[in-house]
Ligand binder design. Structure first.
Ligand code: ADP
Ligand code: MG
Length: 238
């Protein structure tokens, strides 16, 4: 587990500042949701942490370690996106095992780790299937399995359920919650969906146009929205 510290982060693309001031600390083991409308800077902020986007100014720390210049693969994070990007020619087992093989782990150790993840995610009966033989929800669980076996210090999710239909989204939301309870890994979860934020988050960071509009627990932001934007976006206009 780990703490993630964003210190006065800014990001511009060409001359346009899309993250204007992001100052926030995610505590050890916490589940934090970045919530806001499309284009407010959620993914860009997450991608700077993941090392997929450079930081224009400010610092990001994972625990005591300044990671601004650390290579993406050395940041000890695992990210799950809305498009699952599974390897189509590999089985579920091989998809989950892939990162461990690259690490040079033995077949026996890989087996242990893959089966452990498959057990938690209830994927055991599907290990020999190919992605095209799976439902959307099953594919999303494989993507989570791939992230899990890397035992990252921090999980990052960018709209992981957006491609699923409403019913499955509800089911997967519950599974996300159970997974977090089991693993307790520090998690940052990006979404524009208020219900996902309300059900999943320990704390919600509400973003609007590159700024933090409010930080609080689901109850706090719902009952005491800091401003008009939050009230309207959360759907509880005062
Ligand atoms: P969100 O995830 O909240 O929908 P993003 O972080 O993806 O928002 O985008 C924030 C703003 O930055 C948007 O206006 C988007 O068009 C812009 N943007 C994102 N990535 C790039 C890029 N690579 N080049 C130029 N503009 C970008
Ligand atoms: Mg986004």
């Amino acid at each position: 587990m780990a703490k993630v510290i964003f210190k006065n982060i800014k990001k511009s693309f060409d001359d346009v500042e899309v993250v204007k001031h992001f100052d926030f600390t995610v505590e050890d083991g916490e589940f934090v949701v970045f919530l806001g409308p499309s284009g407010c800077g959620k993914s860009t902020t997450l991608r700077m942490l993941a090392g997929l986007e450079s930081i224009s100014s400010g610092d990001i720390y994972i625990d005591e370690r300044l990671i601004n210049k650390v290579d993406a693969k050395d940041r000890d994070l695992a990210m799950v996106f809305q498009s699952y990007a599974l390897y189509p020619h590999m089985t579920v087992y091989e998809n989950i095992a892939f990162a461990l093989k690259l690490k040079g782990m033995t077949k026996k150790d890989i087996d242990v780790e893959v089966l452990k993840a498959a057990n938690i995610l209830e994927l055991e009966p599907l290990l020999n299937r190919k992605p095209k033989e799976l439902s959307g929800g099953q594919r999303q669980r494989v993507a989570m399995g791939r992230a899990m076996v890397r035992t990252p210090k921090v999980f990052l999710f960018d709209e992981p359920l957006s491609n699923l239909d409403a019913k499955l989204r509800g089911v997967m939301r519950e599974e996300m919650k159970v997974l977090h309870r089991k693993l307790q890994t520090t998690t940052i979860y990006v979404t524009h969906d208020q219900i996902e934020a309300m059900t999943l988050a320990d704390r919600i960071v509400i973003l609007n146009d590159g700024y933090i509009a409010q930080v609080g627990t689901p109850t706090e932001v719902f009952q005491r929205p800091a401003n008009k934007f939050v009230a309207q976006f959360i759907g509880n206009p005062a």
